[in-house]
Structures are given as structure tokens and as C-alpha cells.
Write a protein that binds this ligand. Structure first.
Ligand code: DAH
Length: 314
């Protein structure tokens, strides 16, 4: 019997003593002796059990020990920010320090913000270039953060008179119905920039962008532009940086990092801003691409994979 059972048995036996007084006088003696015999028996067993236990070498439990002996060590997994979000914060900080406000993007949009407001008339062939997803109800998960331009412009239109300018950046998640490979993802992040004032120039824009990339990569960079085409800018440019030497560049590789340009007068007009008075520039580029270069990753798909061994490297 276990020690606890023996102790219970002893207790139960104790109750038997009270029965003695109800017995006929001649039976009391024998009954009492029997109970005493059983009691001594149990006490002897308890003593034996206690001696057995005392002989066992019991180690005190170390509550601070990280793991049980012989068990596989369990790593204490702490959650952390996704590397893209960490880098996105850095991107936002750089623009904030330059005086840009930050506006949040939407993850579900519509034809008007995706196309009409950005000077893509209906049936415009450039609409096809954006590989847009559509919901059954006809909504569009934004294929670029430019869908936010109209909102940035209309919500801050009054600021043009009070402060003389609109200066906003809009980070956001974007979606494209593309075949996925090491350099293409259906879901990625972009950051849009919009600046409007009476005197905005292309030179200012190039200054902002060069400053942005040099701050992000922490080194001076060679930059250049190429003519591009976007319905919402005129002229439109592609902004390129020379692959940083510190990141394995040999001084000969140009990387296209962003689309940019002077905001098309039609975009300003649609947003209720007079393009004969105000000018603007805008730009937009992928965050994933920025981060891939910084950490010299070779597959964009890691970011959305949820693979812990990838995430733990950061
Ligand atoms: N939205 C464009 C894209 O994803 C990039 C872009 C080009 C953004 C020119 C702009 C711009 O704001 O002015 O391909």
C-alpha cells in the first residue's frame, strides 16, 4: 500500500474505537484488541514505507532550470517584427525627417482610384500592365500605392493655401496577378511619395530620391534616370541607382528602383487642384526590392513565406 493509503486506513480505523461503547460488555475486550492489532500493523507498514522513502536520494527540484534532464532543449521562441516591417519603419523615418507626413494605404480599392483618378481613361492599354486582381464585387486590391494619390491630394488640398505645400508618403501592401518567381511576388510592399507646391520641380524630386537612397544604404550612390511611361506623370522617369560597391556592386550595374515624374495635370485637376497654379511630383517603388539589395537576398518569395529559418536570420 502507498503511504497515503496507509495513513487513510489508520484514520478510518480510528473511527472504529467509537463503536466499542455500543458493544455488549463481553465483546468489547476482543474488539479493542483486534483494532489495536490492526493499528500496530498499519503503523509498522507506515514506518517501513517512510524508511524506504528516506533511503531514496531525492534531488530538490530546480525551478530555474531551463529544461528537464535528458529532454531536448526547447528554444524560447520570441516573436519579432517581420524584416520588411523593420525596414519599412526605417524608410518612413527617412521621409519623415525630410518633412513628409505619413498616410496609411488601403488594402481594398476600386476602379476609380486604381485607374480613372490616375489618368488611365477606360480602355487605356496601360491598364493591362498592372495585372490587377478583382473581387467578385468588382473591387481591386491595389496593384500599386499610387491608388492613394487622389486621397492624398483631396484630403490635403486646403493645406496648399495654408501651408503652401502637400508632402506625403504612403506605404502600403500591393497585389498583382503575376506568375511568381525569385524576383516576382503577387504580394509586396511599395512606398508612394507625393509633393505639390507652386514651385515643385524635377530637380527637387531627384534631390529627395537621391537623399533617400543614400540615407537608406548609408553611403553615397551614383544615380541616374531613364525616360519611362506612366499615365499619371508627365514627364515620367525611372530612377536608377548604381549597385552599391559595399553590397557587391562592381561599379557597373544599374538597378531600377522607382517610377517617378511630374504629376500629370489631369491628376491634379481630378483632385480639384488647379494645374496652372500648382505643380507636383510623385514617385513609387517596391520596399521588398530595397531590402533584397540591402541584405543581398536572392529570392523575393522569402518575405511572404512565413519560413521561420529565414525570419530568424534577422
Ligand atoms: N505606381 C508605379 C508602379 O507601381 C510607380 C510610380 C511611377 C509611382 C510614377 C509614382 C509615379 O508615383 O509618379 O509601377
Amino acid at each position: 500500500m502507498k503511504l497515503t493509503d496507509l495513513k487513510q486506513a489508520l484514520k478510518d480505523l480510528g473511527l472504529e474505537y467509537s463503536k466499542i461503547k455500543d458493544l455488549p460488555a463481553e465483546e468489547r475486550k476482543a474488539f479493542g484488541q483486534e483494532i489495536n492489532r490492526r493499528k500496530n500493523e498499519i503503523l509498522a507498514q507506515i514506518q517501513a514505507e517512510e524508511e524506504k522513502l528516506a533511503a531514496v536520494d531525492i534531488k530538490p527540484i530546480d525551478l530555474t532550470a531551463p529544461m528537464a534532464e535528458n529532454s531536448t532543449p526547447k528554444k524560447n521562441r520570441r516573436g519579432s517584427k517581420h524584416p520588411l516591417m523593420v525596414e519599412l519603419d526605417k524608410v518612413i523615418d527617412i521621409y519623415s525627417n525630410m518633412g513628409f507626413e505619413v498616410m496609411e494605404s488601403t488594402q481594398l480599392d476600386d476602379e476609380f482610384h486604381m485607374f480613372e483618378s490616375l489618368n488611365f481613361p477606360e480602355g487605356h492599354p496601360a491598364r493591362d500592365g498592372y495585372d490587377t486582381f478583382r473581387t467578385k464585387e468588382g473591387f481591386i486590391p491595389p496593384a500599386h500605392t499610387s491608388t492613394m494619390q487622389y486621397r492624398a491630394l483631396t484630403s490635403r488640398r486646403d493645406q496648399l493655401e495654408t501651408e503652401g505645400q502637400i508632402a506625403v508618403v504612403i506605404p502600403g501592401r500591393v497585389f498583382r496577378n503575376e506568375d511568381v518567381d525569385a524576383t516576382h511576388e503577387h504580394t509586396f510592399y511599395q512606398c508612394e511619395g507625393v509633393f505639390v507646391s507652386k514651385t515643385a520641380t524635377m530637380g527637387q524630386m531627384l534631390g529627395v530620391l537621391k537623399n533617400f537612397f543614400e540615407t537608406y544604404y548609408g553611403q553615397t550612390l551614383n544615380t541616374k534616370t531613364q525616360p519611362g511611361y506612366f499615365p499619371f506623370t508627365e514627364p515620367s522617369l525611372e530612377f536608377q541607382i548604381e549597385k552599391p560597391k559595399a553590397l557587391g556592386g562592381k561599379g557597373d550595374g544599374w538597378l531600377e528602383m522607382m517610377g517617378c515624374g511630374m504629376i500629370h495635370p489631369n491628376v491634379l485637376k481630378t483632385a480639384g487642384i488647379d494645374p496652372t497654379i500648382y505643380k507636383g511630383f510623385a514617385w513609387g517603388g517596391g520596399i521588398d526590392r530595397l531590402v533584397i539589395l540591402k541584405y543581398q537576398l536572392d529570392d523575393i518569395r522569402f518575405f511572404e513565406s512565413g519560413k521561420l529559418n529565414f525570419l530568424e536570420e534577422f
